[in-house]
Ligand binder design. Structure first.
Ligand code: NAD
Length: 437
């Protein structure tokens, strides 16, 4: 099926490449000419495992192409997927629909009869109605449908998530549009992916409700971790003990520096705003946001305590800058709050991240970027693990301890084994577990 994808970011590029991978003929359009020129030359604008290979294969097979001009790409499409950004508005934190409405307005005049407009960007409830109203005023045909199809992929494992989704949600009450969506996703549903067709508003809300629930789980286990530190229990044991209950589930129960990333913080703010607008405040979500914001300060205090009460004049090695492992995404990363606070208290910081340093460098002025974890650690007074990259778990800890001026390690991801770290010579601090010296 001929498909056009608008937006070549994390979601658009992965969606476009994967739709080509399941047999469709896809054009991915982005207004950023540099991004499209790079993609045509085989350069990925984002780091995502397996993406370069998939894009290369699909381009070579003739199923995937890139463009900057929407008009021609849209005219031939059976479906147009809108995958543009929906960042929070600085004024009130609500999702900024500027990119979505601009994209809808640009494609509308070129839509052929029967084309399905698919909103894949995460948008507040009711946006589908607004997109449909706009499209209808600008199209030459009235035979168009606007469908909500929220995306649940996780950066770092995005291709696997797209190809083997837990569920595909399609929000529409238009039977023909639902049939087109079912046909697009048939290669995935045939191998077991559940397809859930709901009304459009439910589909829009499912995305926000899912992300906020996951963020609530993280916030909950972080508070339990604080309690563990006081009472002398191991939060890993507690998480395993509750996670084995299938009603709770083991995922998203890893204590750490608080959630971040491009989705959870902004989606929770948007859900809160939607609740407030409708006179239905979502107090659990509001509390989780406040607790998570405070968490960064708690992590700074933990680091300062590990340094003996002051980081002034100390050199701190930071391992990991991105909001999680497996991505170069720095949006709402904990590092963006924690590192400036440490700098303000007089710390000098050298950091290493396997994928995120190019993104991070302009956002973290004064932070020196090292060529490797070991280079960052050399001569440092204290080390902080901030992102759970597997290569940090595989570090030669004895060599790391020897390379540092004083072997103090604050592991904000509980990535390392406390005993192994202590045996390697570290004064080891982690989250929700006893300190080891
Ligand atoms: P992004 O900012 O990485 O990419 C958006 C792209 O759209 C940019 O390349 C931009 O140049 C392009 N664009 C904007 N307006 C355009 C226009 N009018 N015409 C052509 N191109 C245009 O965003 P993202 O991370 O891919 O997220 C996209 C949406 O998907 C957001 O709503 C986000 O909340 C949602 N989402 C993201 C993730 C994730 O993990 N990143 C997961 C699920 C859902």
């Amino acid at each position: 099926m001929p498909i056009t994808v608008v937006g070549a970011g994390y979601v658009g590029l992965v969606t476009g490449a994967c739709l080509a991978g399941i047999g469709h003929r896809v054009t991915v359009v982005d207004r950023d000419e540099g991004r499209i020129a790079g993609l045509r030359a085989g350069r990925m604008p984002i780091y995502e495992e397996g993406l370069a290979e998939l894009v290369g294969d699909e381009v070579a097979m003739g199923r995937l192409s890139f463009a900057t001009a929407l008009a021609a790409a849209v005219a031939e499409a059976a479906a147009v997927f809108i995958c543009v950004g929906t960042p929070p508005r600085p004024s009130d934190g609500h999702a900024d629909m500027g990119q979505v409405m601009a994209a809808a307005g640009t494609i509308a005049p070129h839509l052929a009869a029967g084309t399905v407009v698919v909103v894949k960007s995460t948008v507040p409830v009711g946006t589908g109605d607004e997109v449909e109203a706009l499209v209808r005023t600008l199209t030459t045909t009235q035979d168009v449908a606007v469908v909500s199809n929220p995306e649940f992929l996780r950066e770092g494992v995005a291709i696997a998530d797209f190809m083997r989704p837990d569920r595909i949600v399609v929000g529409t009450d238009d039977g023909r549009a639902a049939a087109v969506m079912a046909a697009i996703y048939r290669p995935l549903t045939e191998r077991g992916a559940p397809l859930l067709v709901t009304d459009r508003r439910a589909a829009e809300l499912i995305k926000y409700a899912a992300n906020s629930f996951l963020a609530l789980k993280i916030t909950y286990i972080n508070e339990i971790a604080n309690l563990c530190e006081e009472i002398g229990a191991d939060v890993g044991d507690v998480a395993r003990g509750i996670g084995l209950d299938p009603r709770i589930g083991a995922q998203f129960l890893k204590a750490g520096p608080g959630f971040g990333g491009s989705c959870f913080p902004k989606d929770m703010l948007a859900l809160m705003k939607t609740g407030q607008d409708h006179g239905v405040p979502l107090r659990s979500v509001e509390t989780a946001v406040a607790v998570n914001d405070a968490r960064k300060g708690e992590m700074v205090r933990k680091i300062v305590r590990a340094a003996g009460g002051s980081v002034a004049g100390r050199r701190i090695a930071v391992l990991g800058l991105t909001f999680k492992a497996g991505t170069d995404d720095m949006r709402s990363a904990a590092s963006l709050v924690i590192l400036p606070q440490l700098q303000k208290q007089g710390a000098r910081i050298t950091a290493f991240d396997p994928a995120g340093m190019a993104e991070a460098a302009p956002l973290l002025p004064g932070v020196a970027m090292a060529e490797s974890a070991m280079a960052a650690l050399a001569g440092a007074d204290l080390a902080v693990v901030l992102t759970e990259w597997p290569e940090f778990a595989a570090l030669d800890l004895a060599a790391a301890a020897r390379a540092m001026r004083s072997p103090v390690l604050v592991d904000l991801r509980n990535l390392l084994d406390p005993e192994v770290a202590a045996r390697a010579g570290f004064h080891y601090r982690s989250v929700g577990r006893a300190a080891r010296d």
